[in-house]
Design a protein around this ligand. Structure first.
Ligand code: MSP
Length: 508
């Protein structure tokens, strides 16, 4: 089955930070997992280049918006391979291929009768590029998302999108599909926004030049969110030269988004698609914010504008992409907010990656070398571990079908812990001393080798580089999901490995 997963497209008004790496890694884990299962996967990420936030940043830096976009898009493009993301395409909204299709799509909405001319009177946040309803306005007319940032009172002739026409259809969509938005708290949030009564929204801006020109009135550009949301749809038509992938991959299986952009994805986006007569995406998965402790000890959002950014580039350089990939989904459950910190990162790295996983692999392989000359014995697997692994691959798949990236990792990790316990219980070094226990030792060693292999197959979407090394050492490089069962491997001679996750030196 085709599987299409997306990240939001990132604004090029700032440099990439951990919040961006986070969604990209989450989507990559799903994409890699689905590929293991033999699905035909399309994974999209990219940059959102139009609109006021970019125009403002460019002006501040004394460059044109296109220059700023070109420069920063490169940095986002570079982030993807650095976190080891396996995206199939990188869309830039200033690409003429996208621009043309936005114009076609929105003209179709107009032709279907959902666009009219009107005047916008109300508050607007240039940082969010968002028109604010009364309940979205903070004290003294400030932005609730960009705390304290003054909103601007706008009076402007715009084209409007008849969002209000979709009130019932959206309510029906939510009623029919309780898993349209996950987790459930976010579903409720989007639904209550809809139920509070939808108002029509500005579709164009007259006082801005940096955007997709409105084809029927070139004195306007489309409001950036309409242009941006359409990336998920337009990309399929031109990502692969000479081939239109829309019929294969639309509707998307999962849009992964942060909680701050739920209204656009959960309300505007399905309405736009309905207005054009297209299918709506299957699911949105809404994640929380990675926060950091501020100077006052209170958790705060990590963002460029607050100047408290943890640099993913630095972490990767020091510890490798796998360590970052692991940490992002381990300390904070995907879907919730939570604090991240360098101290917590180092703890998890040492105790979980270096010790629990890395050391389990090293010592198991070392014992097979010490006691069996580096050849995994053929012997029955230990029934206790067979029982522990029973149904694991199915459970992980079921969780990842729902984008439960942290819960699936926990399932796998419970087996990492179990295998460590098994080593201690069985004490192979004692069995090795007694000749009559050779068969038992064989069972322990083959069970460890197989257990590690299965864990490596299941963890490979999370830790692609280190699990490739490990599976290479086991001479079992195949990560196809069928192999994620204990006993599916045909292990023979195996190689010693260097530590997968070298311990952090005291002075590092
Ligand atoms: N350009 C829009 C999205 C358009 S999608 C059609 C945008 N861009 S953004 O660069 O500001 O944010 C992109 C994503 O990063 C959002 O999902 C946002 O929630 C996420 N994050 C930004 N900071 C974050 C954290 N500190 N933690 C987790 N994710 C956060 O919005």
């Amino acid at each position: 089955m085709p599987y299409y997963v997306t990240t939001p497209i990132y604004y090029v008004n700032a440099a990439p930070h951990l919040g961006h790496a986070y969604t990209t890694i989450g989507a990559d884990i799903l994409a890699r997992h689905m590929r293991q299962r033999g699905e035909e996967v399309f994974f999209l990420t990219g940059t959102d280049e139009h609109g006021e936030p970019v125009a403002i940043a460019a002006e501040r830096e004394g460059v044109t918006p296109q220059e700023l976009a070109d420069r920063n898009a490169e940095r986002f493009k570079a982030l993807a391979p650095l976190v080891n993301a396996s995206n199939d395409f990188f869309i830039r909204t200033s690409d003429p291929e996208h621009v043309r299709r936005v114009q076609e799509f929105l003209t179709r909405i107009k032709d279907n009768g959902y666009v009219y001319e009107g005047t916008y009177d109300g508050w607007y946040c240039p940082r969010c590029a968002d028109f604010k309803n009364e309940n979205e306005i903070g004290p003294d007319n400030t932005c609730l998302i960009h705390t304290g940032f003054p909103l601007v009172l706008e009076h402007e002739d715009n084209y409007f999108f008849k969002l209000s026409d979709f009130q019932e259809r959206l309510e029906q969509l939510y009623a029919d599909r309780p898993d349209f938005v996950q987790p459930p708290a976010r579903y409720n949030e989007a639904l209550s926004f809809i139920k509070s009564g939808l108002r029509d929204v500005s579709l164009s801006r007259a006082n801005l030049r940096w955007g997709v020109p409105v084809p029927w009135d070139e004195s306007h550009v489309f409001y950036v969110w309409f242009d941006a949301l359409l990336n998920y749809y337009t990309a399929l038509a031109f990502a692969k030269p000479g081939e239109d992938l829309t019929a294969t991959f639309w509707p998307a299986n999962y849009h992964l988004i942060g909680k701050d952009i739920l209204k656009f994805h959960g309300v505007f986006w399905p309405a736009m698609l309905m207005a054009a007569g297209e299918e709506v995406p299957q699911h949105l998965f809404v994640h929380g914010f990675l926060t950091t402790k501020g100077a006052d000890g209170e958790a705060e959002k990590m963002s460029k504008s607050l100047g408290n950014v943890i640099d993913p580039f630095e972490i990767i350089e020091k510890y490798g992409a796998d360590a970052l990939r692991y940490y992002c989904f381990r300390d904070v459950a995907f879907g919730q907010d939570g604090a991240v910190s360098p101290v917590a990162f180092e703890q998890r790295y040492d105790t979980e990656l270096a010790n629990a996983l890395g050391n389990l692999a090293s010592r198991s392989i070392a014992m097979i070398h010490r006691y069996r000359d580096g050849v995994v014995p053929s012997a029955p697997l230990h029934p206790a571990i067979v029982a522990e692994f029973d149904g694991l691959a199915e459970r992980v798949a079921e969780l990842l079908d729902r984008a439960e990236v942290t819960a699936a990792l926990e399932e796998i990790w419970a087996r990492v812990r179990r295998l460590n316990g098994f080593v201690e219980e069985q004490a192979p070094w004692k069995l090795a001393k007694v000749e009559e226990q050779a068969a038992e030792l064989d069972t322990v060693l083959v069970t460890l080798a197989e257990g590690i292999r299965v864990i490596a197959v299941l963890l490979s979407p999370y830790l692609p580089a280190s699990m490739e090394t490990l599976l290479g050492a086991l001479h079992a490089p195949d990560i196809a999901y069928d192999g994620a069962r204990l006993g599916a491997g045909q292990l023979g001679s195996i190689d010693r490995i260097d530590p997968l996750f070298p311990r952090i030196e005291a002075d590092a």
